[in-house]
Design a binder for this molecule. Structure first.
Ligand code: ATP
Length: 553
């Protein structure tokens, strides 16, 4: 398949904001792709080369890419930087520069999707000596044959910022439309496997029967089941009838997988952090059974027996070096709260059954690996839940979870079967898309951060607030340094960055506002913490903001 055909599809997707039109464009594309190429095309449409949870990274930054463009097009890196500034985006800048390219490549073969995809994948496998120059060679191989429109999307894909307004939901609908399969089955298969390329292939070749057979497998992370906020403990228990109430630990949620003897630990954003937490691996080897499994739990840091602030744990989970020292200085504890697979898939079993399996197979290591603290509550003993809440807060935890005992595990959904009740008011997780440098002595620090929520249909980020309070000077410095690395554009004191940093923000009220793209803004926003355990895809949606606004009206 010609890459130009794909580039034209990207262009068509970019030229409409209508969800239905985008879905139809994609469905037509998926129908037209032949043979084994479908998974590659599906994943490229998401602007990725590997599934989200793969530990493989392309590892190409803007500087390296500019070097490659400079060689192909024959202009200086400074000129490329100017063009990016002018166009506001690497793709548009590349399209412009490639169309001005002097030496036209008359004899070059047209680029195929197969070639571009395999070369992009090859980028990830390069490491060690001369990695940078070998990566440039690969980039040159593709870019030297690229037409302007192709260059636009190749460069954006390399930097993982495709921006054609396609999120996973649209791809799912397109798969269902293209192959005439039930969208609910596509969604289920996606939540269980997190591999839309495979889901598309199975939908096409094996239809609904094939999709039904897809199930979760140790080694492949599952989208976690999410919680809704309860109005009160009493009303939540009333509604559920019988609930398991558990301490809500304030740390990082992990999925622990064991497959053929190998243990893998994934975060909630499906990142593989096994190497960063060898102590957890050692502990679960002792505490959890020697079978294939998927358990879920929360990792927290305890100092002098009390839960330490959330920022401590972030030092641990993303760490690539100094791990032996940190293992001692920042010790981790694990509270296991669910089991999704134990010798067989368990997600369709009710929580009451899953919990009893969990308790029967875990060998607790007190203070290190324990089952989450739980009480069984019905309308007659609601006070037990209230007591658990008070005890949890006294011990320094966040609140309690209130879970329907009859509910299956529903991956990826924020439903009414699992509720949370916290001491602190609800917050929003938003991604930083820009900022403003301070003045005078603080001119080197980004003092105010422009935040965005996600449009659930298109995946586009819509601004919603500026936040300038809640961070100490050291954190401001760290964030400012990270922002430097992510700059897309800078004008005077203002800067715009690649969306990567997620902040959890408290606020007094949501109000309507034409000033921000979402149509809403936050009054008195304060940063509660940096959420490095979340990715830009996990941030709160505009519809959630709309619904909180609606509730308070
Ligand atoms: N016992 C527990 N059972 C389930 N989840 C727990 C438990 N203890 C702590 N948690 C954490 O609480 C989170 C549930 O809240 P939610 O699904 O809304 O996630 P969230 O968006 O991270 O919310 P929050 O910011 O309130 O943690 C889980 O993701 C998990 O990390």
């Amino acid at each position: 398949m010609l890459y130009m055909d794909l580039a034209r599809v990207y262009k068509a997707l970019e030229s409409t904001t209508k969800r239905l039109e985008k879905t139809e464009i994609l469905a037509e594309l998926f129908r037209s792709v032949e043979g084994e190429l479908l998974p590659a095309v599906t994943i490229l449409m998401l602007g990725r080369v590997f599934p989200t949870w793969s530990s493989e990274e392309l590892g190409v930054g803007i500087k390296l890419l500019m070097k490659a463009i400079s060689t192909v097009v024959g202009v200086s890196v400074e000129e490329i930087e100017d063009e990016i500034r002018e166009q506001g985006d690497i793709g548009l800048a590349s399209e412009k520069l490639f169309s001005r390219k002097a030496q036209t490549t008359f004899f070059s073969k047209p680029l195929t999707v197969e070639l571009v995809y395999s070369k992009l994948r090859a980028l990830a496998s390069i490491s060690g000596e001369r990695a940078q120059s070998r990566k440039i060679d690969i980039l040159l191989e593709i870019l030297s044959q690229a037409k302007p429109l192709e260059a636009k999307y190749i460069t954006r894909t390399v930097l993982e910022e495709l921006r054609v307004g396609v999120a996973e939901g649209i791809i799912r609908d397109a798969i269902s439309g293209a192959f005439g399969v039930d969208p609910a089955l596509v969604e289920r298969a996606h939540m269980l496997t997190n591999d839309l390329g495979m889901v598309a292939l199975v939908a096409r070749d094996e239809g609904e029967e094939g999709l039904k057979k897809l199930n979760l497998e140790p080694g492949r992370p599952v989208k976690p089941m999410l919680a809704q906020l309860a109005d009160s403990i009493e009303s939540a228990v009333q509604e559920l009838g019988r609930a398991f109430c558990e301490t809500k630990y304030d740390g990082v949620r992990v999925q622990i997988h064991r497959k053929s003897g190998e243990i893998l630990i994934f975060t909630r954003r499906l990142e593989n952090i096994t190497l960063a937490v060898p102590d957890i691996v050692e502990m679960v080897e002792e505490a959890l059974p020697d079978t294939d499994y998927i358990f879920e739990g929360e990792i927290i840091v305890k100092i002098d027996g009390r839960p330490a602030s959330f920022q401590y744990i972030l030092q641990r989970v993303r760490r690539k070096y100094d791990i032996d020292r940190l293992k001692v200085e920042v010790p981790l504890s694990l509270y296991v709260f669910d089991v999704l697979y134990h010798e067989r898939p368990l997600i369709d079993e009710p929580l009451i059954k899953r919990r009893s399996i969990l308790e029967s197979v875990i060998s607790e290591i007190p203070g290190k690996v324990e089952a989450s603290h739980m009480v069984d509550v019905g309308p007659d003993n609601v006070e037990d839940a209230v007591n658990l809440f008070n005890e949890s807060i006294r011990e320094g935890h966040e609140g309690i979870m209130i879970k329907d005992v009859m509910a299956p595990y529903i991956p990826g959904i924020r439903g009414k079967k699992m509720l949370k009740f916290k001491a602190e008011p609800e917050t929003l997780d938003l991604v930083v898309v820009g900022g403003t440098y301070g003045r005078g002595k603080r001119a080197h620090l980004v003092g105010s951060y422009l935040l965005a929520a996600r449009d659930e249909d298109t995946g586009e980020l819509m601004t919603v607030a500026h936040v300038a309070t809640g961070l100490d000077d050291q954190t401001l410095q760290e964030l400012s340094d990270r922002m430097e690395e992510l700059i897309i554009e800078r004008k005077g004191r203002k800067l715009w960055v690649k969306p990567e940093i997620v902040l959890e923000v408290a606020y007094s009220e949501i109000v309507k506002s034409p000033e921000y793209e979402s149509g809403y803004s936050l009054r008195f926003p304060v940063v509660k913490r940096i959420r490095d355990d979340l990715s830009p895809e996990d941030v709160d949606t505009v519809s959630r903001i709309r619904s909180i606004f609606g509730e308070s009206e």
